[in-house]
Structure formats: C-alpha cells, structure tokens
Design a binder for this molecule. Sequence first.
Ligand code: SF4
Length: 70
Amino acid sequence: MKVIVNPTTCIASGNCGLTAPRVFANREENDGFVSLLDEHPPRSEWDAVREAVALCPSATLSIEEEDADV
Ligand code: SF4
C-alpha cells in the first residue's frame, strides 16, 4: 500500500491523525494540516488508513494498492 496526500486540499479537520495516528499527524506547528508519517505503512495499519481515507472530508487522502499487497 502506498499512501498519497494532496496537501492543497487538506482543511485541517484532524480526522486522519485520530483515525490512523501512526500514519498521519495533525501537528500544531503545522496548523493541524496533515503530515504523512509513513508512505508505506505496515499491513497492521491498512484498515486504519482505509478508514481515514474514507472519513477525510476533503478527499485529500488516497491509496494505491501495490502488487505486493495482494
Ligand atoms: S482528514 Fe483530510 S482534511 Fe482532515 S486533516 Fe486529514 S487530510 Fe486534512
């Protein structure tokens, strides 16, 4: 899995850092906008990442499934 962030559309809602805190952060020094912590998260994080993608209100987050994922 590869995680993709489009920083131009983030509205700093903070959902992603709450839903998948090992992959996304919403730091105060970045005004709550998304920071990507792990572009290739381990399988144990995939459900949380998919939930964060689904919950992002501005469609900022997406994923690419890679050959090794299947
Ligand atoms: S959930 Fe989406 S809009 Fe909210 S902080 Fe994360 S990337 Fe930005």
